[in-house]
Design a binder for this molecule. Structure first.
Ligand code: GLN
Length: 214
């Protein structure tokens, strides 16, 4: 009845939205299934940002952003399927949640791989070569020119991937020998290297401030 509706309390969904608007989500999640989780948490701490280790779909609630760390993309992908996090993270992302994938995280963020099939999040319109640099050299460091950064950034590459091809909506931020190693879209950032293994906090700062808007 119309009369009843006018006196009805605001629905829960409205209350939640206003919570977000007044306080805003402030915590950044780090997917903690496998890989270098602690290193990301430490850098976020240096930036004064609180983090949450994400192991279940419920942990994604209220996050301002999510980091998918380096490790082994096949292992992380398999656990994500089993735990429901593959769909959970997709849904977080497609509702506007910012995601940053480093190394294995960059592989998972891609829409397709050149090699064997594996579970992917498919958040970015890109074809990834999983161990692109790994076949030539196991690991290396390289000074990179990054779009939007004033000074070069030293990238640590460990069996690193690269994007063989990118589609519309993908903005390339850095390359090594013509291969894409850093890129972003509206609410997605990817790096083939490991900023969490250096003392340089600029990529974390970039993600937190420019992509997550904290
Ligand atoms: N090439 C690895 C993979 O496919 C990633 C390596 C890394 O995260 N350091 O998962």
């Amino acid at each position: 009845m119309a009369g009843n509706e006018e006196t009805t309390q605001p629905r829960r969904v409205t209350a939640r939205k206003s919570d977000r608007e007044t306080e805003g989500p402030k915590k950044i999640g780090v997917l903690a299934l496998q890989g270098d989780v602690r290193e990301h948490v430490e850098i976020l701490k240096k930036l004064g940002v609180e983090s949450v280790e994400v192991r279940d779909v419920e942990d994604l609630t209220g996050l301002a952003g999510l980091i998918v760390p380096g490790g082994e993309s096949t292992t992380i992908g398999k656990i994500m399927v089993e735990s429901g996090l593959l769909d959970g993270v997709r849904s977080f992302f497609y509702k506007g949640g910012p995601v940053w994938g480093t190394c294995a995280g960059m592989v998972l963020a891609a829409s397709a791989t050149t090699g064997t099939r594996q579970p992917l999040l498919g958040l970015m319109n890109a074809l990834v070569e999983r161990n692109g640099f790994g076949r030539q050299v196991h690991s290396f460091e390289k000074e990179l020119e990054i779009e939007g950064f004033e000074e070069p950034f030293v990238g640590v590459f460990i069996r690193a991937p690269f994007f063989e091809d990118v589609g519309p909506g993908v903005e390339v931020m850095g390359k090594v020998d013509g291969r894409v190693v850093a890129a972003r879209g509206e609410n997605i950032l990817v790096t083939a290297f490991h900023p969490e293994l250096t003392d340089d906090i600029r990529f974390h700062e970039y993600f937190v401030r420019e992509v997550c808007g904290l």
